[in-house]
Design a protein around this ligand. Sequence first.
Ligand SMILES: Cc1ncc(COP(=O)(O)O)c(C=O)c1O
Length: 494
Amino acid sequence: MKEIWESISIDRNSKKAIYQQLYNQIKSLILDRRISTNSQLPAIRKMADSLDINPATVVKAYEALAEEEYIYKKVGSGSFVAPIQEDSFYQRSDKEEDSLEMLGYGQIELDEDINFASATPSSSLFPVEDFKEAINKVLDRDKGEAFTYQKSQGYYPLRESIQKYFNSNGMSIPVNEIQIVSGAQQAIDLLVKIFLDYGDSVLIEEPTYPGAISAFKSRAAEIESLPTMEDGIDLDLLENKLSKKNYRLLFTMTSFQNPTGICWSEAKKRRLIELAEQYNLIIIEDDCLSELSYNGKSYLPLKAYDKSGQVIYIKSFSKIFMPGLRLAFLTLPDKYRSKLLAAKHATDISTAGLTQRAMDYYFREGLWEKHLENIKELFHERYQLMLNQLREKLIPPVELVYEPNGGIYFWLKLPEGISAEEFYLAARENKVALLPGDIFKLNKDAINSTKSSYFRLSFAAVSDAEIKTGITRLKDIFDNLENKSIDKGYIPLV
Ligand SMILES: Cc1ncc(COP(=O)(O)O)c(C=O)c1O
């Protein structure tokens, strides 16, 4: 196996000091648990030679790591990885350039006034009055029962409501296969716990949702990726992999994928199911956005084509409803139910009862359909406005990689010479938040990993006025960077 330290690389064009780059990458390897506690760091000279940098730079990085207790020194033997402090993951650093590193941990600083980074609908879109009615009705009806522990599998009437809703949308899911969870992120984490042994192999689309990569890494999975294409991954490539090696799971988003916005074609969905059956591959389908189609086409989840139970379907209500409810569900064949219940119990016993009961009321009273219609119309209008603004001010020379016709994301590509990281930092200085493509990559720190020129803009959290101002600001930022990049190059040495 390749030494983990070989994944460290130095970008000599970066504005970050070399010792800082080394410090950041070693810290990430430690916090991602890709190197275990008490393992030895390469000797200073060896590290310096392999990166072709000055030994004093390595000393400086090691000293900074030791000072923050990520590593410890043993006199005469070298430096070793220290046990991870529980709060290290979320410790804010006072260093400005660490905002990029924090994105890698799923954290974004929120002092920007235009937020194209967030995929969470603005809170003004939440149906607060209707949900207040649901909560009040539930409390009048159920009294203290609403505050008892629910069954770990979830509140039965809510599971029935979910079944009815999805049956009317082309999916046939038995109630006993529905598990309520506290968000799709929890669903991924539970599935990782029940399906993955340490070191198992997992396949992902790339780019993909970083929360899934983190969950797989937490189990030290061997993760391999297949490039995302306009209509889903290349299935010949997948078959080739499956015929050579045993993979436990494949993680995919088949509708309005995060971050690219693509949807799988029906033909590819059908063939993927056949391959999954043939090679006994479990597929996790993460569906946050399939309802948000703006071209009249409906996008059935992969699960709707699955007759043999190879697909585990996760449905989040965060992007189309209210993320703070922490409510989602997954479907899982009966044979895995006891394992899943044990994992759910060990994680949080059950999802909050009041929330489940209010959501059930919301479904039964037809409020869900009403909300969905509203949010779909509103997002459709925003989508169109954002696309028009982008076409008017940025595209071209910036490229819209796919035209999604749905969802909440635009995946864009900068012309050669400008990296998305640079664009992100410049936008941040001008109080516009966006997400650079690197955070959706599997091995963003690997050697030879070129800086991504892709970035994601979401319109979930911005008003119409913010879309207009934000895209104008991005145009100015882009023009500035482009002029700078034209200026680069050789000048006479006099
Ligand atoms: C693809 C995907 N899956 C899961 C999640 C997490 O969703 P939840 O809020 O339901 O945990 C997100 C959040 O951004 C996401 O984009």
